[in-house]
Design a protein around this ligand. Structure first.
Ligand code: SAM
Length: 219
């Protein structure tokens, strides 16, 4: 998703108290932003922010950080919080490849990846947010009991992820090929913008959760 050339997007992001301009300076110090020691959950590639904004509103005991590469997209998430700012929600405009410059080891307790760009060409596989290259980065910042939650409607990307995650030494704890018809995995599910759009078109939604526990991967 890239909304190009939205006039004033850069300035709006830079001027918003919800956005963190120099996140590298907060590595290991995120509790000083939230003024508490609550767990930190991040969403990488949050797009227009419906998912993380809803989660933050429903779970004040958790701190949320939404990461999005483009200001032109992030500005849409800002619009959702301007009227009702949330103390437990911050945004960062950056490429997830830099995530280890921003979070210290074990500082993050959960990572959400929702409808990540599929990068269908083999030569772009490393850019997929569930590639071994990204999993190695997540492994550095995620607490030992933390986990990843990944949703998509893209079967190719999902199959790739089911193979790639155990190959990278992670464990698939649960997965479904039809989230909205799976009562246990769908419990408390928050829809993202893409999820709303694609499920309205009749596409099944795939979901997996993964952790670094040593044994018992389902795949
Ligand atoms: N998660 C949202 C949803 O489900 O509605 C948006 C999905 S959209 C297909 C993927 C988003 O991830 C885009 O907004 C894109 O800019 C962002 N993105 C992709 N790669 C990224 C990266 N390496 N770092 C940060 N954001 C990224």
């Amino acid at each position: 998703m890239r909304l190009r050339n939205i006039k004033g997007a850069k300035e709006a992001v830079a001027g918003s108290p919800c956005c963190i301009p120099m996140p590298q300076e907060l590595k290991g110090l995120w509790h000083t932003v939230f003024l508490n020691e609550h767990p930190i959950h991040i969403e990488i590639g949050m797009g227009k922010g419906q998912f993380i904004t809803t989660l933050a509103r429903e779970n004040p005991q958790i701190n949320y950080i939404g990461i999005e590469r483009y200001e032109s997209v992030l500005i849409r998430a800002l619009a959702k919080t301007t009227e009702q700012p949330l103390d437990n929600l911050k945004f960062i405009c950056m490429d997830a490849r830099e995530i280890c410059d921003v979070f210290a080891p074990n500082e993050v307790n959960r990572i959400y990846l929702n409808f990540s760009d599929p990068w269908p060409k083999d030569r772009h596989a490393k850019r997929r947010l569930t590639s071994g290259a990204f999993l190695a980065l997540y492994g550095q910042i995620l607490s030992p009991d933390g986990h990843i939650e990944f949703k998509t409607d893209n079967r190719g990307l999902f199959d790739f992820s089911l193979e790639e995650i155990p190959k990278a030494g992670w464990r698939i704890d649960a997965y479904t090929l039809d989230l909205h018809q799976d009562p246990s995995m769908n419990k408390g599910n928050i829809l993202t913008e893409y999820e709303e759009k694609f499920s309205a078109m009749g596409n099944p939604i795939f979901k997996l959760t993964a952790s670094r526990a040593k044994t018992g991967s389902l795949v």
